[in-house]
Ligand binder design. Structure first.
Ligand code: C5P
Length: 255
């Protein structure tokens, strides 16, 4: 079973390495995985990833690659070299692009033929980079999807793209909790679902429109949840993180 520390991903949505390091230091050992997105990566480049990896943290690089297969494969190899643990690609890039990405991620960069490495007691780092597919951006509604020429209902398009991604070898998808339930029902239990838009009970929603609690996300089938501001902007970030970890643990055990 995945431990709660391996299920919670904290989003480093800041624009400098100094701010990111402050969050990581403040959260200490309780948080193992950090999401580096376009904002921080564009501001600070690959060094932020190297620094996090050197500090023993795992990095979810959320740059949503979408290009020709050769280019995406090359970028995935670079991410693997940096020590990234998870990254995102757009499923709408199609089977050839997705296959190129997953094959590039399978290359053993450790040179030791190992698939995992024990870091500290109970925490294992899988050396192979996980490729996650983004289906339809949750900012898009039915009319946005129709506008770009997709005639299918939005929900069906999400399942269609997720299915394509899994068949092409992706390890999982990024999806809202609302979508997670139907993806699990239709595509089975064997892939990762990473769910953002999570808010602990009683916290403010910020700009997230449809939010779920950590427990609801796990019950809907998420293997990982992404949380940003409810932890990073909390008065006491370690306490906020700890409460979410406890909620994940209790829900996962009850399942
Ligand atoms: O601060 P908050 O918890 O809202 O941060 C959520 C993170 O997940 C942000 O980095 C945001 O870009 C990302 N995300 C999201 N909704 C999606 C996909 C990604 O909130 N559908």
């Amino acid at each position: 079973m995945i431990s709660s520390r391996e299920r919670l991903i904290v989003a480093l949505d800041v624009s400098s390495s100094a701010e990111a390091q402050q969050i990581v230091t403040c959260l200490g050992e309780s948080i193992q995985i950090y999401k580096v997105g376009m904002q921080l990566y564009t501001a600070e480049g690959p060094q932020i990833v190297r620094d996090l990896v050197a500090a023993g943290r795992r990095v979810f690089l959320d740059l949503k690659y979408h290009d020709i297969p050769n280019t995406v494969a090359a970028a995935v190899r670079e991410a693997a070299q940096l020590g990234v643990s998870m990254l995102t690609v757009h499923a709408s890039g199609g089977t050839k692009m997705l296959r190129a990405a997953t094959e590039a991620a399978r290359v053993d960069i450790s040179g030791r033929g190992e698939s995992s490495q024990t870091l500290t007691a109970g925490v294992t780092r899988e050396l192979r980079l996980k490729v996650l597919a983004v289906t339809v951006l949750t900012s898009m509604d039915e009319s946005d999807v129709n506008e770009i020429g997709v005639e299918t209902a939005l929900r069906d398009q999400v399942v269609r793209l997720a299915s394509l991604a899994i068949k092409a070898g992706c390890d999982g998808v990024v999806s809202s909790a609302q979508e997670a339930r139907s993806l699990r029902d239709q595509l089975g239990p064997e892939f990762l679902i990473v769910t953002p838009g999570v808010r602990p009970p009683g916290s403010t929603h910020g700009d997230q429109a449809r939010v779920v609690t950590p427990a609801e996300a796990i019950r809907a089938g998420a293997t990982h949840i992404v949380v940003g501001r409810p932890i990073t902007a909390a008065t006491d970030p370690p306490v906020a993180a700890d409460q979410i970890l406890q909620e994940i643990e209790a829900t996962a055990l009850a399942r």
